[in-house]
Design a protein around this ligand. Structure first.
Ligand SMILES: [Zn+2]
Length: 205
């Protein structure tokens, strides 16, 4: 007990807060349903650090994304070091990646999409912000991609994987900037054209 309080209060406050968020995230009881895990009592305040500070409840999209990340953490070995149970979720607002291996340092992105057929890859999945993606591509930076397909009705999940070295600039396609009436006017996202590289994905689960 003494050890843990010394450890936390001895750290700079920003690190202590990060540790607190991390602890809340990983110490949540595994018996709780995925949709229940991010409710306010379970730590939905972690979302208040993001741009939508008024939001306390996770959106359906966040809940689905969290489900996909947890499916990989639970079922997939690290593609780099091949160890099991070493992939961990990064905090929800962490910008470039979603998972990190706490043995070898490998990082990966996860996209999760609802479907009615987990055996078929979708034509495309939504990416995130176009500008940082464009800057990373100019610098030759690509992240391994896990694609989780979820059929809620049939309770089926499939996991596909595309390594970083197989990705090309052409598969990342900018979308139209949001209109001036939108909440985030001018913001521009991108699509990942899965059809363009579907033969390069491998199915893991
Ligand atoms: Zn690893």
């Amino acid at each position: 007990m003494l050890g843990s309080s010394v450890r936390v209060y001895g750290l700079p406050s920003a690190i202590a807060v990060q540790r607190d968020l991390h602890d809340r995230r990983y110490q949540r009881p595994p018996s709780v349903e995925p949709s229940e895990r991010l409710r306010p009592t379970g730590g939905a305040e972690i979302y208040s650090a993001g741009p939508n500070t008024e939001r306390r409840m996770p959106t359906a999209k966040q809940t689905l994304g969290d489900f996909g990340e947890k499916a990989i953490v639970k079922n997939c070995a690290c593609p780099k070091c091949k160890r099991s149970r070493t992939l961990k979720q990064l905090p929800p607002n962490f910008k470039c990646a979603d998972l990190v291996c706490d043995f070898c340092g490998y990082i990966a992105q996860v996209k999760t999409k609802s479907t009615t057929d987990v055996d078929s890859l979708p034509k495309s999945v939504l990416g995130a912000a176009w500008q940082p993606q464009q800057e990373r591509m100019k610098a030759g930076i690509y992240f391994p991609l896990f694609l989780v397909l979820r059929d809620e009705t049939a309770n089926k999940t499939a996991v596909y994987y595309l390594s970083a070295d197989l990705q090309t600039p052409a598969m990342f396609q900018p979308r139209k900037p949001l209109s001036s009436s939108a909440k985030r006017a001018g913001w521009q996202g991108f699509l990942i054209n899965v059809a363009m590289v579907d033969s390069l994905f491998v199915r893991l689960e």
